[in-house]
Design a protein. Structure first.
Length: 247
């Protein structure tokens, strides 16, 4: 039995495509963070089990909560702006019949403002999103990782990702994620100085735009490289401010 777990928050614009593509699984569990749009109605239309649960800026805790509600032997995590293709569906169904592996990495293909991104940071993304229930837990409140204790392999076909519908939403996301990341780093005792605030964003832009050839993705690639550099800047600037407040 496979359970799909989908985290939502005001996801009505993209959720239907996500739920359609995971209809092959035996159970769909939607963990909803206080949506005020039609997210819940759309989820119920696809016979999902909808469970309200506040995110509280901790994505790992939200995903671990989803794990406790899944009844399947295998759990597939799909975000509300992601799509499982037919080819990936076949990979998943074949994988869960495997008696060796406990988890699987999924490559992710980003499409931003109508353009598939084949370079830069997004071209390197691979995430453990399919695993046996009980094989591991999620860690880190933001940029979370599923730590599977056992054998982990990788599926062939990618998960399609359609993030950031517009620049305004992109900026909101960056603001939220950088705040959560700064708080996590502060809790870990990570210190930051003025040169970190300058050097890390500059290096990130160089790596994404030049080293990983993000410029080949045209204007969307340029915007993405700048935004991710800005995310790095905000994280460290906010971390510096947290230490200043502590005194």
């Amino acid at each position: 039995m496979i359970t799909s777990v989908v985290l939502t928050h005001n996801s009505e614009a993209t959720l239907e495509a996500t739920l359609k593509c995971v209809s092959f699984t035996d159970e769909i569990v939607v963990i909803d963070d206080a949506s005020t749009d039609h997210t819940v109605e759309i989820a119920k239309k696809y016979h999902a089990v909808v469970i309200p649960h506040g995110l509280k800026a901790d994505f790992a805790a939200q995903r671990n909560f989803g794990l406790t509600k899944a009844r399947g032997d295998w759990v597939l995590f799909v975000d509300a702006d992601e799509v499982v293709t037919d080819a990936l569906t076949k990979d998943i169904l074949s994988a869960v019949r495997d008696t060796v592996n406990d988890g699987y990495y999924l490559k992710r293909q980003d499409t931003v403002w109508g353009r598939k991104l084949r370079h830069g940071e997004t071209s390197q993304v691979r995430l453990i999103r399919l695993g046996r229930k009980g094989a591991g837990t999620w860690v880190r409140p933001v940029h979370e990782i599923w730590q599977i204790h056992g054998f982990v392999s990788e599926l062939k076909h990618p998960l399609l990702h359609f993030p950031h519908p517009n620049i305004t939403q992109f900026l909101r996301d960056i603001n939220d994620y950088s705040s959560a990341n700064a708080a996590y780093m502060f809790g870990q005792g990570t210190r930051v100085s003025w040169w970190h605030i300058v050097a890390y964003p500059s290096a990130k832009f160089f790596v994404n735009y030049m080293w990983r050839r993000g410029f080949l993705d045209g204007t969307p690639g340029t915007i993405l490289a700048l935004m991710m550099s800005f995310h790095s800047f905000l994280t460290r600037a906010k971390l510096w401010q947290l230490w200043q407040r502590r005194g």
